[in-house]
Write a protein that binds this ligand. Structure first.
Ligand SMILES: Nc1ncnc2c1ncn2[C@@H]1O[C@H](COP(=O)(O)OP(=O)(O)O)[C@@H](O)[C@H]1O
Ligand SMILES: N[C@@H](CCC(=O)OP(=O)(O)O)C(=O)O
Length: 372
């Protein structure tokens, strides 16, 4: 039985942290494992960081650039070299590859999202291994994924993967950074992300971007889509095969029992909200507990400037995000009808709009601890 696999490999695994040189042995081992998986019939997507890291080494820069334009320029240099290396290694094993560079905008627009999904399917049908990275050269701040952990989780949802492997320079997630806290406790299995409330995950390696915090977020996105997620060592690619065979290696996150569908995944994780609706306690409870549609009566405040069908955050009275959704009214209209009963809307607006502000089919609960 074939399984669709998304394998993300970070800069910290692809390059030597001290010299910045490519970790050729690690890359070669990863390519070999991917080719073996392909020969076993598994569709595989490789999400590869490293453009900035490899570019810095090529241009003899001692640290990651901070200026956006310089970072974009360095990534453009590194991405070309990275793909040259991958093509040399994969070609030596007769495995065709493709470069897929994405920006968040490619996944925000519904039509572009569906088009990207179709393209990946065509690449799988051709027996190709797509190699994905953020299009650092053109991605601008408000439309960046920011880190490839998040990107890999969104791609895993896009291709409806069965597994997401996050390869990094430690063997698993710990209760804290094992580099700075030797007594940090290893975490081998996560059934519910609330178990990680006390985990310290903020620091990252010299060349990494996201640290463990972004890997935990990636695991939340992927497991919410029903995708089993594993954090494991990048330099031991053979672990992937052993994990698929059932060995308890790395940190394994169980998929949620009731994954959300593709449209709701798109609403919850691919779209960037244009505004915020704060609800009263009763409306917040109704949204979280019963998955009802949102009516104007439950809205206390409307923030932002957006049109109908925009994506918005839905928050409780403390301003904590509890859900996201697509609105049936603009922000200007909502300013007029918030707190009002549905039967009052026609008189207020002068026309009979939608019965709901957000229909339940366009509303996704995102609160990590919905019962709170
Ligand atoms: N709780 C933790 N468990 C394990 N590693 C952690 C933790 N908190 C921080 N880290 C750090 O996160 C780093 C991996 O993240 P990052 O540097 O972004 O690597 P990558 O390039 O693979 O994404 C590890 O090298 C480790 O130093
Ligand atoms: N698009 C960037 C990826 C940044 C990133 O997330 O890096 P990492 O934390 O090493 O996975 C690059 O290729 O350098």
């Amino acid at each position: 039985m074939s399984a669709t696999l998304v394998i993300k490999v970070g800069t910290s695994s692809l390059t030597n942290p001290e010299t910045g040189q490519l970790a050729l042995a690690t890359i070669a081992a990863l390519v070999e494992v991917i080719c073996q998986l392909r020969q076993q019939g598994h569709p595989v997507v490789l999400v590869s960081s490293g453009a900035v890291g490899v570019g810095c080494t090529r241009l003899r820069l001692g640290e990651r650039p901070r200026k956006v334009a310089l970072k974009q320029a360095v990534a453009a240099v590194g991405q070309g070299r990275l793909m040259r290396i991958y093509d040399d290694f994969f070609s030596s094993l007769q495995q065709p590859i493709a470069q897929v560079l994405l920006t968040r905008g490619d996944l925000c627009d519904r039509n572009r999202y569906i088009n990207a999904s179709n393209t990946f399917q065509e690449l799988f049908n051709l027996g190709v291994v797509p190699i994905v990275n953020e299009n650092d050269t053109i991605a601008v701040d408000e439309l960046k994924f920011g880190d490839n952990d998040t990107l890999s989780a969104l791609v895993a949802g896009l291709v409806e993967a069965d597994w997401l492997f996050l390869l990094t320079d430690v063997d698993r997630l710990y209760s804290a950074d094992p580099r700075t806290q030797p007594d940090a406790q290893p975490i081998t299995h996560v059934a519910n992300l609330e178990e990680l409330a006390q985990v310290q995950a903020g620091t990252q390696s010299r060349w990494g971007t996201g640290g463990m915090a972004t890997k935990i977020i990636a695991a939340e996105i992927a497991t919410g889509a029903g995708i089993r997620t594993v954090i494991t060592q990048g330099k031991t690619a053979s672990n992937i095969t052993r994990i698929l065979a059932g060995e308890e290696i790395g940190t394994q996150f169980s998929p949620q029992e009731q994954p959300i569908n593709a449209r709701k995944r798109w609403i919850a994780h691919a779209l960037i909200p244009s505004g915020m609706l704060c609800l009263d306690a009763g409306a917040a409870q109704a949204i979280i507990q019963s998955g009802k549609s949102l009516l104007a009566a439950g809205i206390v405040t409307t923030q932002g400037d957006f049109n109908s069908q925009a994506s918005v955050q839905i928050c409780d009275v403390e301003g904590r995000e509890i859900a996201r959704g697509l609105v049936n009214y603009s922000s200007a209209e909502l300013q007029q009808i918030q707190g009002k009963r549905s039967d009052e809307i026609p008189n207020i607006l002068g026309y009979a709009g939608a019965e709901t502000v957000i229909h339940r089919d366009n509303l996704v609960v995102t609160a990590v601890n919905p019962s709170a």
